[in-house]
Design a protein around this ligand. Structure first.
Ligand SMILES: Cc1cc2nc3c(=O)[nH]c(=O)nc-3n(C[C@H](O)[C@H](O)[C@H](O)COP(=O)(O)O)c2cc1C
Ligand code: SF4
Length: 451
């Protein structure tokens, strides 16, 4: 990776970086003035499309294209939901942006709302982020006082209100239609799609849902242009006509068994090895790595031999993972038991499944019960195939569930067992020497241990 000047994290270490005066002293709100004075909404959408910006919330959907799905000349309100739920394990880049540079996020949000013709935005924030809440609310208040929010922003005739909404403290609140339900005051049960939010979202009105980091990128694209944004990252893969490329800077959350965990910024496409060695100071305690999750736990698992995987939108897929996800890399050293890893991830997904879809509700809880049984020394080799059967059959990709939580539950199972099968088999044989080869159905899947 050549020299790179941080963009999204440029100001986070400045004293009082969360205040409007510090933000403005480094050029903050110049992009807003420029756009409101000179650009049409359509031009801004075209600019974001041309930049190749893809959503940073997990799915990597092209942002400008998503905005064009809104109905044209809609007579009623269009709503904007800023997804700040940040519930994917290992992910904390939105928190850093909101706590340390909230005005960057708000400027990006105002620009995104202007482009999409939105006059009301909801800032849906993870329940467990009290400091981010305080700082974003203070920043919003400062914006009203400065004329950046409210009626007739900077004399442009454009009106926008931003309301903060506290999340309901569940993983599923981050799924865009779960978020919308929760915002409407209901339990966060994802909706069947279509209709997609762009057609029918909050209060049955057209709605845009974007991630915090996505709108922060919009602020910089508006200021420096599409070509500048495309000068960073990875061009489309010529072998894959469906890959639009991965452009721009990315915040990578690095945690687990590294010397220097943290949130680091690099152009899209840095490899796992580079991230660990260059930013993370290497695997901790002089140990070797065994595995890493590439982008939040729902993306699956890479073995240490696969750490040359580039962390762009297409990279992890080439290593049989689900995708880049949130680009949150959690490193596991050689002492970590993959049985413990899979037990832990199964616990998480069984707990967080909202329960609407039978394959997800039952599949995640069967997986948990089997993992508890394996861990307790009552596993059978055939259980590994049963776990894979669950993994291969739950989720949107096999077409059996409403939302992607089930896919997220499936990938650690599929990658964990396929990539580390020897370790699972060895554990089962060692801990259950009498019964490991049995194939008869287990009478009842007992719950072992607390859940
Ligand atoms: C179970 C689940 C949890 C999710 N959690 C989040 C989240 O916490 N934050 C987020 O931005 N997107 C999350 N997403 C993705 C959102 O549904 C949506 O794609 C995203 O907010 C769109 O924003 P973007 O286009 O800017 O990435 C989640 C998806 C699923 C299936
Ligand atoms: S896949 Fe799981 S979390 Fe998503 S709607 Fe269905 S039951 Fe709920």
């Amino acid at each position: 990776m050549s020299e790179f000047e941080p963009i999204l994290l440029a100001n986070v270490n400045a004293e009082n970086s969360h205040t409007r005066s510090v933000y403005e002293s480094t050029g903050g709100y110049a992009a807003l003035r420029q756009v409101l004075g000179q650009m049409s909404k359509t031009d801004l959408i075209e600019l974001v499309k041309a930049s190749g910006l893809r959503g940073r919330g997990g799915a990597g959907f092209p942002t400008g294209l998503k905005w064009t799905f809104l109905p044209k000349d809609h007579p009623g309100p269009i709503y904007f939901c800023l997804n700040a739920d940040e519930s994917e394990p290992g992910t904390f880049n939105n928190r850093i942006l909101m706590e340390e540079d909230p005005h960057q996020v708000i400027e990006g949000l105002i620009l995104s709302c202007f482009a999409t013709n939105t006059t009301t935005a909801y800032f849906y924030m993870r329940y467990e982020y009290p400091l981010a809440w305080e700082r974003v609310q203070a920043a919003v208040d400062e914006c009203y006082a400065a004329g950046y929010l409210g009626k007739n922003i900077l004399g442009s005739g454009y009106d926008l209100d931003i309301f903060l909404h506290r999340g309901a403290a569940a993983y599923i609140c981050g799924e865009e239609t779960g978020l919308i339900e929760s915002l409407e005051g209901k339990r966060a049960w994802p909706r069947i799609k279509p209709p997609f939010p762009a057609v029918e979202g909050v209060f049955h009105k057209p709605t845009v849902v974007n991630n915090v980091e996505t709108v922060a990128c919009v602020r910089h694209i508006a200021e420096r242009g599409a070509e500048w944004f495309r000068s960073m990252g990875v061009p489309p893969d010529p072998e894959n006509p469906r890959d639009p490329g991965s452009f721009g800077p990315k915040l990578y959350c690095l945690s687990g068994h590294v010397e220097k965990p943290g949130c680091y910024e690099a152009p899209l496409g840095i490899t796992v090895n580079e991230l660990i060695e260059r930013f993370g100071g290497g695997v901790w305690k002089g140990r070797k790595a065994k595995a890493a999750i590439p982008g939040g736990i729902s993306m699956g698992l890479l073995t240490a031999d696969e750490f040359d995987c580039p962390l762009d939108f297409a990279g992890p897929g080439r290593y049989k993972c689900l995708g880049l996800g949130t680009a949150a890399v959690v490193v596991m050293d050689e002492t970590v038991s993959m049985v413990d890893f899979l037990l832990n991830s199964s616990q998480f997904f069984a707990h967080e499944s909202c329960g609407q879809c039978t394959p997800c509700r039952e599949g995640t809880s069967w997986a948990l019960k089997m993992m508890q049984r394996i861990k307790a020394g009552r596993g059978r080799l055939i259980d590994l195939d049963l776990l894979l059967e669950i993994g291969d059959n739950i989720g949107i990709i096999p077409g059996t569930t409403i939302c992607g939580l089930a896919d997220g539950a499936a990938w650690p199972l599929k990658n964990g067992i396929r990539k580390f099968r020897d370790e699972f088999e060895d554990y089962i044989r060692r801990t259950n020497p009498e019964g490991y080869a049995e194939t008869d159905p287990v009478p009842a899947l007992e719950v072992i241990g607390a859940h």
